[in-house]
Write a protein that binds this ligand. Structure first.
Ligand SMILES: C[S@@+](CC[C@H](N)C(=O)[O-])C[C@H]1O[C@@H](n2cnc3c(N)ncnc32)[C@H](O)[C@@H]1O
Length: 271
């Protein structure tokens, strides 16, 4: 449920309380900090899809690796898997893992990239690929202890007139929550783990409320990042400033007028 408009200060304060309450690990990252070399899979340099925000992919890969180290997992359902670099990287970084990965994406070309990356790293037998939207995946989602539901779905608030096909990899709807809230609110068996990447731009108060209603929060990371290619482009930047005025996006502005927001990584357990 979208909340009534609140001040940006109040939304920022609520987010800070969430960080403090869950001992968030803080960091900072810039687009230029991560190159494909950071995502190499052994000697193989993986293929990327048209979503090439490598710092976002890298943080999501680390999030999945942390989730794999948190509990015994036998199945990862990666929704909006893109290139599958995050699961392939995470599995290597924990020293190997024998479970199954169900990778789905609405973009068939992305799944072709996924398949090639899994094949070139000798991991194809662990993977099943499904060309489907989140909304087709949810009704059949298998959950419960041992299942990790992982998602780095589009979470940027994009104003409706800009929401064309070229924005498909980042468009989280006008407030950034069009995928986050349905996934979080979906019924899941107790004990299911959820590794979710999102941002302080994506109506964090609404997302936190949804999390606190149904999950125990196992870990939170918050990486500050300057506005970049999408977020600085108008009319998206102007839309985000409006979202901030309404308390639906949290970001800071320095003396030079440059904005910075946060990538958020949460590992949750369904209660
Ligand atoms: C932010 S990118 C992340 C890709 C990959 N997980 C990563 O971290 O590099 C979002 C992905 O979600 C996919 N996507 C967009 N809308 C979707 C939907 N309705 N259902 C499933 N996947 C979707 C895009 O094609 C894209 O691959």
């Amino acid at each position: 449920m979208p909340h009534q408009s609140m001040s940006h200060e109040r939304a920022a304060h609520t987010l800070e309380e969430f960080f403090t309450g869950h001992r968030a690990v803080r960091g900072a990252i810039r687009e230029s900090d991560v190159t494909i070399a950071h995502l190499r899979l052994g000697t193989y340099t993986p293929e990327v899809t048209k979503f090439d925000a490598l710092e976002d992919t890298y943080l999501y890969a680390q999030l999945i690796a942390r989730a794999l180290s948190t509990a015994t997992i036998h199945t990862i359902t990666d929704i909006g898997a893109g290139s599958s670099i995050p699961t392939l990287w995470a599995i290597r970084s924990v020293g190997g893992w024998n479970g199954r990965v169900e990778a789905s994406d609405v973009d068939a070309a992305a799944l072709d990239v996924s398949r090639r990356n899994a094949e070139k790293t000798g991991s194809l037998a662990q993977y099943a690929f499904q060309h489907a939207s989140l909304f087709d995946v949810l009704p059949h989602l298998v959950t419960g202890p041992g299942h990790l539901i992982a998602a780095n779905l589009p979470y940027l608030p994009i104003p409706l007139p800009s929401a064309g096909p070229d924005m498909m990899t980042v468009n989280g709807g006008p407030d950034g929550t069009q995928y986050l809230l349905p996934l979080l609110a979906h019924p899941m068996e107790q004990g299911t783990l959820v590794a979710l990447q999102w941002s302080s731009l994506s109506d964090p108060v609404a997302v936190m409320r949804c999390i606190e209603r149904s999950y125990a929060v196992l870990s939170v990371t918050a990486h500050q990042t300057p506005f970049g290619m999408y977020t600085n482009a108008n009319p998206i930047r102007a839309h985000l400033e409006q979202q901030r005025r309404e308390g639906r996006a949290v970001f800071s502005t320095n003396k030079a007028g440059e904005h910075a927001y946060m990538f958020l990584g949460t590992i949750l357990q369904r209660c």
